[in-house]
Structure formats: structure tokens, C-alpha cells
Design a protein around this ligand. Sequence first.
Ligand SMILES: Nc1nc2c(ncn2[C@@H]2O[C@H](COP(=O)(O)OP(=O)(O)O)[C@@H](O)[C@H]2O)c(=O)[nH]1
Ligand SMILES: [Mg+2]
Length: 446
Amino acid sequence: MNPQLTVNQQRTICSQLGRVKLKLLYKASVHGYTSAAFHQRCDNRSPTVSVGYNASGFVFGGYTKQPFSQSGQYVQDDQAFLFTFSGEMLLKYTVTQPVYAVKMMNNTGPYFGEALILANGSKATVYSNPGTYYNFNAAEMHGNDLNLTECEVYQVEETTELERPWRTMIWESKKRTELMESIKTYKPTVSSVSQVRVLLVGPVGAGKSSFFNSVNSVFRGHVTSQAMSGSSDTSLTTQFRTYSLKAGREGKPLPIILCDTMGLEESKGAGLDIDDISSIVKGHLPDRYQFNPSAPLHSENHGYLKSPKLKDKIHCVAYVLDACKISIMPEKLEEKLDAIRRKINLMGIPQLVLFTKVDEACPLVKEDVRNIYKSGYIKELMQEVSARLGVPLSCVVPVKNYSEELELDVNCDILLLSAVIQMLRFVDNYFDDFSDQLSSVETKLV
Ligand SMILES: Nc1nc2c(ncn2[C@@H]2O[C@H](COP(=O)(O)OP(=O)(O)O)[C@@H](O)[C@H]2O)c(=O)[nH]1
Ligand SMILES: [Mg+2]
């Protein structure tokens, strides 16, 4: 179930209500425009934001802190308000007689004063009567278009702050220097490999390219964007790219290469598929390999490496997932990820989840990245991603990539660098297993 409110609109509403987030409870196009469906999903829930949408493009509704019911009574709420969006701006119409703020009727959707009813009488329509307990201008609020194209009710949830962080992090610039140093001086335990390869896999727009750019920026000392990033519905990256990180502008290459792929798309035959990933992981594809979603890979294709060495293979897979989208992840995508994960498991490659956009997901984190392990909400989301993907919670690492900012921030850097360190630890595990296997083969040969 996808919210129709954009992330920006949700944020704008939340900014009126404190450190909160919105959770979609009821969506008329999914559950029906009936009062029964509305009450079944929304009764006893509070606070809520009810939203109507019409074909003229208006987005409007009401907020109440009182739980919905079917008592037939008015309920007092001095904080209730109606609203509409004017462009990106929220226009608020506060309740004029709080005793009549909300009416708890069993035969309608959300009912504010005598002023506004959404999904009136189990129909996709609005009842609008400016002035009765709320003052608003009808043309401004909904353009006098009283037919709904959608109606949604969201629950307002606190983003809880935990008493103690659940993972320890040191947020000091000395720590950043130490982390950078350990990455620069990292040496794979297998001598034939000088740079380890980490594959980034995830849906379009999850932040794969941004992660490479962000880590590269940390080492450059300012924000850079070498890998094309941006929002687009289908994959911007259609080539397999391997990006070597550098220790500074003219510095030596770091011992880690991030491999950026075309995005995973939920539909079959679009985006990266499981066989492509398998070829990448086995080391068959060269840098700049051009994907063609409609034609499968072929060993005769240009540049295909027939007998890749250990150094060409992938040594760790990172699933890049957007924290804001985890609870609305389409089933098809979940299935695709599941199939990939099984395959990678069989190959014995360590896997982790890079959990991006934690700033967008949680106002506490947006305020200060150091709240990352204090946010109860982020913890819940990380638990959810762990359960959905079947990876242990200890394999989920949150990051905030650089997206709009021009200057580096020491705390963001520390979070990004910690993710890289985690990747290197996972790679070490892989090489450990690998040398164990090698030595058992040698023993057998002897
Ligand atoms: N706020 C925020 N935005 C991000 C983050 N990571 C990526 N973005 C934005 O998300 C969009 C898609 O990112 P991109 O790296 O191109 O995704 P890709 O398709 O996985 O390579 C871009 O507009 C980025 O600026 C993040 O951690 N926080
Ligand atoms: Mg990309």
C-alpha cells in the first residue's frame, strides 16, 4: 500500500506536529469508500491525519488528536485543524469551536465539525460547508471539486528516542581519522587480491551511486559526485561500473572497489536479473559492461571474462535499501531479493544491508545523525528489514549519504566509514573461509 502523500508533504505535515512520522491506516482505493472499512481500520486510532485528493489536484483534509469512533457524538479537540496544500506550502484552518471539532458518525468517513466530511455517506465525495466550526475558503481548499480520487487516513506516531543508544559509536573527529587510516592500510588476507570488491545491489533510487560518491567524498575532503546519481523511475545506471576509491585527489587507490549496478526493478525482464548478478559475482563482467535487460548475458558477449580469478570476483554483497520505503516494499521486489540472497548464500559470499536515507525516515536523525542508534523508529525499521530479507540485524548498517549538502559533516563521515569497515570485516570472513577450503583441498592432495 503506497501513500499518496509525497515524502515532502508528509514531512511538511509532521513538522507541524513535533517529532513524528505518518503511518498509512486506510486507503479508500484499496479498502473501499465505505464507512465500515474506514471505521474498521481507523477506530480507536489517534492522532490521525485524514487526506482527500481530487482530480483538480487538491490535497486537503484534517488533523485530530482524538481517536475515531462511532458514538454519534461531537468530540472536543482544541488542536484539530483542517488543511490544504498550496504548492509545497501547508495552509492551516484551526478549529474555531473546539467542542465541535470532530463528529464520530458511523455512516461516514472522517467528519470535522459541520465543515468537512471525507468519503461522505460511503461515496467518493466530500461534504464541504465553510464556517461551521472551521473557517476556510472552499476554492482555496479543494477548488470546489467535491469528487474524491483518493482518500487516506494516516496515524501520527511518535518517533521515540531511546534512553541509550543500542550500538555504540564514537562521534569524534579523531574517530574519523582512525577509520580512514584503517581503510587506507587494510590488506586482504589473501595475497593474490589487492583490492576487494563489494557489489551494491538494490532498487533504483535506493542510493547505490550516492553511497560510492559519499565515501569517495569523505576521502577527497569535499562532496563529489563521480557516479551519476539522481531520481528517475527506471535505472539511470545501465552499465556495470566498478569504482575504485581513492585516498584523496591524487592519492593511491584504496584497497576497496565498489561495484555499482543497474537497479533492481520489480517487474520481470526489467532491471538487473538474477543471472546478471550471478555473472557479476563470479567475476565474468568487466567494468563498463553494458546491460541489456531484454537480452540475457552471453559468454560470447564483448568483454566477458571466461575464467575470472579470485581478484575479479565479488567478495561481499551489500543490499542497498531505502529506509523510507522498507515498509512499502513491493512483494515482487521482496521475492526478487529473496531469490538473489539464496543464490549468493549458496556461493558463500557474505552479505549485508546498507540502509540508506535514515535522515529522511526519521526526524530525530535528520536533526542529528548521532541519534541514529537512539531512534526507536530506525531500530524498528532495521528489525523489519532484517526480518524481511532474512539477514541478521547485525548485518544491517545504516548510512546517510550526501545528497544535497556541499560540505562534509564529521558525523555523517563516521557513519559512512563505519559501513565500509563493516564491509571489510565481512570480506575478511569470506577470505578466511576461502583459505580454510584451500587448505583442506591441499590436505587432501597430500
Ligand atoms: N536524504 C537522503 N537522500 C539520499 C540518500 N541517498 C541517496 N539519496 C538521494 O536519492 C536519490 C537516488 O540516489 P542514487 O544514488 O541515484 O540511487 P541509485 O539508483 O541506487 O544509484 C538521489 O536524489 C540522492 O540524492 C540519503 O542517505 N539521504
Ligand atoms: Mg545509480
